[in-house]
Ligand binder design. Structure first.
Ligand code: GDP
Length: 296
């Protein structure tokens, strides 16, 4: 389970704190050292850990905490609050256009789970009685269009495709026109990924963005890749001004560092997490619930 080892380590630290009754400044320092190591081991970005521990320490050595009857409890509450804050505070919802349809562009590296999550998101929208249209703009990966069509059939959501001989910008533009004509209120654009970030990919994504003016650009990143996910997020964000992240494969054997770092490093909220290969394995991301899960 994601965060399992982080949760275990923090619980050990907090049990020691709880057991102490009164706390001294050095008890707090010792605990913060342990929190720092636990976070680094969970693959949280180094600078994020540094800032986080500093904030918690400052609050935790305040007189109010040290003189309270349950100082250990107090420190845990501070860690909980700061973890929640680190992951964005409250749940970040989808940006919705005042003038339908709402256009959502899905971007990310190949294999991150972009196409799968385009389908998952369509399913969520469908449950809310929305009428999404999927647009197949990944013309380079041979099976991508087919994969989206299969998802569409499974969900009974229409898929707009012009094959792989028309430019993705043109497909996106025509897809949007189609959505307007047919009364769709959401357009989900599945774009191409590459194994690595390259300028051609970024140019293409910039051009699609320019052409369809999305309200939401969701970056799909694989949590299993840890720090690399954070770097990928930074690069995409610098070029495209991403509006949200979908962190996938949280069901896998990930230490979870990306979940704790992405928001702080990029300023972009995690909006959803992917928790499996099935079409309904997607959840809105709740920073407070995730923090509670980490703290047990
Ligand atoms: P794309 O290249 O970014 O479009 O990636 P795909 O959507 O084709 O997904 C790549 C692989 O990751 C597929 O085998 C998916 O089934 C798998 N996958 C996607 N999301 C998740 C997830 O949340 N959990 C797990 N375990 N697998 C996932």
């Amino acid at each position: 389970m994601v965060f399992e080892s982080l949760a275990n380590r923090l619980q050990d630290t907090f049990n020691r704190l709880r057991g102490k009754g009164k706390l001294s400044e050095s008890d707090v320092k010792e605990a913060m050292r342990e929190v720092r190591l636990a976070l680094l081991e969970a693959d949280v970005n180094f600078k994020v850990v540094k800032d986080f521990v500093e904030k918690v320490r400052e609050r935790a050595i305040g007189q109010e905490v040290l003189q309270s009857l349950t100082p250990g409890q107090h420190v845990i509450k501070i860690v909980n609050d700061e973890l929640t804050e680190l992951m964005g505070g409250s749940q970040a919802k989808l940006n919705i256009s005042n003038k339908p349809p709402t256009v959502i562009m899905m971007v990310g590296l190949q294999g991150a789970g972009k196409t799968t999550h385009t389908g998952k998101l369509a399913k969520l929208l469908q449950k809310e009685k929305k009428k999404p249209l999927l647009v197949a703009c990944d013309i380079y990966r041979p099976a991508a269009i087919k994969q989206l069509q299969v998802l569409g059939e499974q969900l009974q959501v229409p898929v707009f495709s012009l094959g792989d001989q028309v430019s993705p910008v043109e497909i996106a533009r025509k897809g949007l026109e189609h959505a307007i004509s047919y009364g769709h209120d959401y357009v989900l654009i599945d774009t191409a990924g590459r194994l690595h970030i390259d300028e051609t990919l970024m140019d293409e994504l910039r051009n699609i963005k320019e052409a369809v003016q999305p309200s939401e650009i969701l970056l799909v990143v694989d949590a299993m890749t840890g720090q690399v996910a954070v770097e990928v997020a930074e690069t995409f964000n610098n070029t495209l001004d991403v509006t949200g992240t979908i962190l996938t494969k949280l069901d896998g054997d990930t230490r979870g560092g990306a979940a704790l770092s992405i928001r702080a490093v990029t300023g972009t909220p995690i909006k959803y997490v992917g928790t499996g290969e099935k079409i309904d394995a997607i959840e809105p991301f709740h920073p407070d619930r995730m923090a509670s899960r980490i703290l047990g």
